[in-house]
Design a protein around this ligand. Structure first.
Ligand SMILES: NC(=O)c1ccc[n+]([C@@H]2O[C@H](COP(=O)([O-])OP(=O)(O)OC[C@H]3O[C@@H](n4cnc5c(N)ncnc54)[C@H](OP(=O)(O)O)[C@@H]3O)[C@@H](O)[C@H]2O)c1
Length: 292
């Protein structure tokens, strides 16, 4: 028996297997396309020919494949998972996470849900942030293994919690990076290169951080009156951004989407409030949206 099996030798799965090997674990790896296991075999991993042999070959199975459909296929054999823990690092919806947890549990196994919030290169390092949820007993059983991957952010026993939080926080990641790319396109059109702008990016990110902190405080107090910047001010500033991006003839769908929120804020009488008040717009149900 190996210490741990890793299903999926893509960028993330390979990084996970590598970090475990680096910590002295015996690692069994499987990948649909077998050639992708070769680098890990050269680094000391054992290769399993099938997902079933990988699952049966270790008490702990870490899965990192493209999506839940791929993982369900890999786990299609009706195996007895008694005394086994499946740690799922594959991204998917919370319903998919619950379904998979149910599948593992009906076969007698323990299930830990993981939400990866880092790049593969960070795995095994202090920036290797992964959220975990599941019964505390199951987490404790595998705590030392998880520590090989990076900080353990345990977010609760409701197994879908890590998944839901990773999706929520992941949305911040995607919007931030695409917003940066819109800005690069604009600056580039004006002859300013990305390497001039890149070191300055920490300024708006820091500003976003402090505005988020202030919004959290305002949301807790449900009081959005402040003395920093009103939505009217944000809206006017953003209109200048959109105008400049339009004049430069670049794609700026994200900026337009953000502008549309401020337009809604004006329609709903939220212009005098600070930006956290826009949460009222995001929180509307479809029925409430249609009624406004
Ligand atoms: N990369 C990141 O920065 C990052 C960050 C956070 C979370 N994640 C999550 O980590 C998971 C893996 O991502 P990755 O970056 O490692 O992706 P990747 O490099 O594209 O690798 C995808 C993996 O999924 C396997 N796969 C795809 N379809 C399959 C199928 N139908 N049956 C069996 N295996 C299948 C691939 O096998 P083949 O080699 O045979 O195609 C490969 O092992 C994803 O859920 C991703 O959202 C990734």
């Amino acid at each position: 028996m190996a210490d741990v099996a890793v299903l999926g030798m893509g960028n993330m799965g390979a990084a996970v297997a590598r970090a475990l090997l680096a910590d002295g674990r015996s690692v069994l790896v499987w990948n649909r396309t077998a050639t992708r296991c070769e680098p890990l075999a050269n680094e000391g991993a054992e290769v399993a020919p099938t997902p079933t042999s990988a699952i049966l070959g270790a008490p702990v199975v870490i899965a990192s494949v493209l999506d839940y459909r791929a993982l369900k296929n890999a786990m299609a054999d009706q195996l007895d998972l008694t005394e086994r823990t499946v740690i799922n690092l594959t991204w998917g919806t919370t319903d998919e996470a619950r379904e998979l947890a149910e599948l593992v549990s009906t076969r007698g196994g323990r299930y830990v849900e993981g939400g990866v919030l880092c790049r593969p290169e960070a795995i095994g390092h202090p920036e290797g942030d992964i959220l975990y949820s599941g019964p505390t007993g199951s987490i404790e059983e595998v705590r030392s293994l998880l520590a090989s991957l990076g900080p353990i952010h345990y977010v609760g026993s409701d197994l879908a919690q890590a998944n839901a939080l990773a999706l929520a926080l992941g949305s911040i990641f995607y919007a931030s990076v695409l917003s940066f790319l819109e800005a690069v396109a604009y600056a580039d059109r004006l002859g300013i290169s990305a390497d001039v702008m890149a070191p300055l990016v920490r300024i708006p990110l820091g500003l976003a951080g402090s505005t988020i902190d202030a919004s959290v405080d305002q949301i807790e107090r449900q009081d959005f009156i402040g003395s920093e910047a009103s939505n009217a001010v944000h809206s006017a500033a953003l209109a200048s951004v959109a105008q400049a991006f339009t004049a430069a003839d670049i794609e700026h769908r994200l900026t337009d989407a953000v502008s549309s929120y401020f337009d809604s804020a004006a329609q709903l009488g939220l212009s005098h409030l600070e930006v956290g008040a826009l949460l009222r717009i995001m929180s509307r149900t479809a029925a409430e949206f249609n009624a406004t």
